[in-house]
Design a protein around this ligand. Structure first.
Ligand SMILES: C[S@@+](CC[C@H](N)C(=O)[O-])C[C@H]1O[C@@H](n2cnc3c(N)ncnc32)[C@H](O)[C@@H]1O
Length: 351
């Protein structure tokens, strides 16, 4: 089948929100350069549909820089420090390095986009506290598409409205409806599922996690380092390697049956086939209505083909992700919107 270069161009074009383009001058220029480059289009168009995400190409180039590529490393290091003087020139340099050695990207396209963003725990704290409120003081937690399992420890991050000196602090602007005084439940069991789990103790996995970060966001790099340091002092978790639909029941069986199990998925369902998206939705609806299970889902509504209870509702800020959740025995309801990395949160008033 011929490669669909127009589709690849659109994917590069729409990957960053307007706010990302403003905030990340180097990555914005690079994304625009990739969008106009025939080789970059071909590389992306050749990736299996479920993984055809420009972040994979950006991650592969960043990985080469982190491994010390003589041309890329200086540019990316300058980007981290916010010291790139000629931004379009730096983007052209990256494209030239790609043309010199397309294997820099081609050799990494077997990977998955695995950004494991702890900022999402700021949203998860608010959603999980609301699900458990007044009902369950202890829960089992399952994270579908867990990557390195960082958000299985959602309860180990302080959440504040402004930054402080703690690299683990998550800064989240609560725009509406968020009650941070609700207590978080205790977590009895923490089980992740991932097609290709990453292990914070493995060098190559740590490097790929870093490569999936955006170089101009120094705060995120510092936080990942702090998570890697802190992880050994956090409770144990188990990660099952496999497809979400194949591992879900095994994960449920690992929970303590006395307690409510909350299944969460954050920015993963876009990587499912359309058939799997529908099957997963149906299964979650069934589990929430018939078992002691509740669901917290945070995904982009335009890539996930689910009946949306918010109808034509628009996010309060462009590029927002939709929060769908259930209480045990309930059906999925729209609970609000958030920034994809948890920078802001808007929760609907459900009373
Ligand atoms: C973009 S990352 C998000 C990671 C994490 N949920 C977060 O929000 O930080 C998506 C993760 O889902 C995993 N994944 C993709 N398709 C999957 C599937 N069908 N079943 C299980 N995991 C999957 C990928 O390997 C990757 O680690």
């Amino acid at each position: 089948m011929p490669l669909d270069l127009d589709d690849a161009r659109l994917r590069y074009h729409y990957s960053f929100s307007p706010e990302d383009h403003e905030r990340l001058p180097f990555y914005s220029a690079l994304m625009r350069a990739l969008e106009s480059d025939e080789l970059a289009l071909e590389l992306l168009a050749g990736v299996a549909l479920e993984q055809r995400n420009p972040m994979l190409v950006l991650g592969a180039l960043h990985l080469a820089a982190l491994r010390g590529h003589p041309v890329l490393a200086p540019d990316y290091e300058a980007a981290v420090r916010g010291e790139i003087v000629d931004v379009p020139g730096a983007a052209r340099t990256v494209i030239a390095a790609l043309h010199d050695d397309p294997a820099l990207v081609r050799g990494e396209l077997h990977r998955f986009t695995q950004t494991n963003e702890p900022g999402r725990s700021a949203v998860l704290q608010a959603v999980i506290a609301r699900i458990a409120n007044g009902r369950d003081r202890t829960i089992n937690l399952i994270d579908v598409g867990t990557s390195a399992g960082i958000n299985l420890h959602f309860d180990h991050f302080p959440v504040r409205s402004r930054d402080d000196d703690n690299p683990l602090t998550l800064v989240c602007q609560d725009l509406a409806g968020v009650n941070r005084s609700l207590a978080l439940p205790d977590v009895a069991t923490r089980v992740g599922i991932d097609l290709s789990p990453l292990d914070l103790a493995v060098d190559d996995d740590r490097l790929w996690l870093k490569a999936c970060l955006w170089p101009e966001e120094e705060r995120r790099h510092g936080r990942l380092d702090a998570v890697i340091d802190a992880r050994s002092s956090w409770p144990d978790s188990t990660v099952l390697a496999g497809h979400a639909m194949e591992c879900l029941h095994e994960a449920l069986a690992m929970g303590d049956r006395e307690h409510l199990t909350i299944v969460m998925n954050t920015w993963v369902v876009a990587y499912f086939s359309k058939a799997d998206q529908a099957a997963y939705f149906d299964e979650m609806v069934r589990l929430c209505s018939s078992e002691n299970v509740a669901w917290a889902s945070i995904e982009f509504p335009w890539v996930v083909d689910w009946p949306s209870p918010s109808g034509d509702g628009q996010p309060p800020r462009k590029g927002g992700s939709q929060i769908l959740a259930t209480v045990p025995g309930g059906s999925p309801a729209a609970w609000g919107w958030c920034h994809p990395h948890g920078h802001w949160l808007w929760m609907d008033d459900l009373t």
